[in-house]
Ligand binder design. Structure first.
Ligand SMILES: [Zn+2]
Ligand SMILES: [Zn+2]
Length: 376
């Protein structure tokens, strides 16, 4: 942290002289004492002024370091903070027009002139502008979050609606199956066993006879296979950056405070790391001959309502059998939609339904039908 002082520049409102050095408390041209408004409107020194014209002489230094000027209650002249009487009229610092010693006049609040470029007023205005903008942004974010939470909460609410059964659909499958050889395989060698053929389509046991075993690709594994280089970026210290701020001392001088902070840059570096490769893993795979009931003929019957029937197939001999299975669906409508929901049921449940039966739909505000159940 380094600190430097330099004089600002002010303009005389009486004679119009401009660019007067801040060390003069009177206009050098017309002799008019500097007033508070002229002090407030003072232009701070530039960065170049701080570098070239920093206050160095001991006399100037003590003048710059003597605190803020005070305003004379009688004549309005600004006087050096260390003086106790007015440099123009000789009045005491505490004295005021028409009164005895009442309060320090110099510290009374002074209404700042409405100048946009006036130092001191600008930063405050910008601060407030920024503060209200941040508050606006947070208000908008808060409102959006509240709306999202509200919509999600509302969407998760459910309501019950009354629908009805619009159709009952059944499908019956009849399949003729024949006991026969199939080829299957597995990892590793299965234990072999003889086949027991079915008698009257019952009491059968599939045999296992291995036909071939061989090494087969099972999976890939990763392993360390040396090192490799790669490019990475790293941060390093590359000098310093300086940031400065300027404040008015209230007496025509300004102080510049500068602080330096380390600066960081990034660069590419080459690093090494373990390299990984993949290799295939082989294991023993065995194909074997076995037996199963294999579909030889499949017939389907479909229909609606309660008139159900099966297609018929007949088995001949010990090695054939007929298998049957059915699926049963209750279709419900809600409002205009006649097939809003399909429920798969058992045969017993199916027999208990009639077209027109009342159904209770549980519906989410967002996401549609949650569940459907039969009305009591
Ligand atoms: Zn003047
Ligand atoms: Zn005075």
């Amino acid at each position: 942290m380094s600190e430097r002082m330099a004089w600002g520049r002010w303009d005389c409102t009486r004679c119009g002289d401009t660019g007067i050095s801040g060390q003069h408390k009177r206009c050098p041209k017309c002799g008019d004492p500097r007033e508070q408004a002229e002090l407030d409107a003072m232009r701070p020194p530039s960065a170049e002024d701080f570098a070239r014209a920093a206050i160095a002489a001991p006399e100037e230094r003590s003048l710059a370091e003597s605190g803020a000027d005070w305003i004379c209650g009688f004549c309005g002249t600004t006087t050096r903070g260390t003086e106790s009487s007015c440099s123009s009229c000789g009045a005491n610092r505490q004295d005021k027009v028409g009164e005895g010693a009442v309060g320090p006049v110099a510290e009374a609040p002074v209404t700042p002139p409405p100048q946009a470029d006036k130092p001191g007023g600008g930063p405050l205005g910008r601060y407030w502008q920024r503060a209200t903008r941040a508050r606006k942004v947070w208000t908008v974010i808060g409102a959006v979050v509240a709306v999202i939470i509200g919509v999600v909460w509302w969407g998760s609410l459910t309501q019950e609606k009354r629908g009805q059964v619009t159709a009952l659909k059944w499908e019956h499958t009849t399949q003729l199956q024949r006991w026969g050889d199939v080829t299957r395989g597995q990892w590793g060698r299965p234990s072999e066993r003889p086949e027991v053929k079915p008698v009257g389509a019952r009491d059968e046991r599939a045999g296992i006879a291995v036909t071939s075993c061989y090494q087969k690709h099972h999976s890939d594994e990763s392993y360390a296979c040396g090192t490799e280089t790669y490019t990475d970026t790293e941060s390093y210290s590359c000098g310093t950056t300086e940031s400065c701020s300027t404040v008015s001392n209230g007496n025509g001088s300004f102080s510049q405070k500068c602080s330096t902070s380390p600066k960081y840059c990034s660069r590419n570096v080459t690093k090494t790391r373990t390299k990984y490769c993949t290799r295939p893993i082989y294991r023993e795979w065995c194909d074997y001959r076995t037996q199963d009931w294999l579909p030889a003929n499949t017939l389907k019957a479909t229909g609606e309502g309660h008139e159900l029937r099966w297609e018929s197939l007949s088995a001949t001999g010990d090695l054939e059998r007929v298998q049957k299975w059915g699926t049963y669906r209750v279709i419900s409508g809600l409002g205009e939609e006649t097939a809003a929901h399909t429920l798969e049921v058992t045969r017993e449940e199916y027999d208990g339904y009639q077209v027109g039966d009342a159904m209770i739909f549980t519906v989410k505000n967002i996401g549609g039908i949650d569940s459907v159940r039969r009305a009591e």
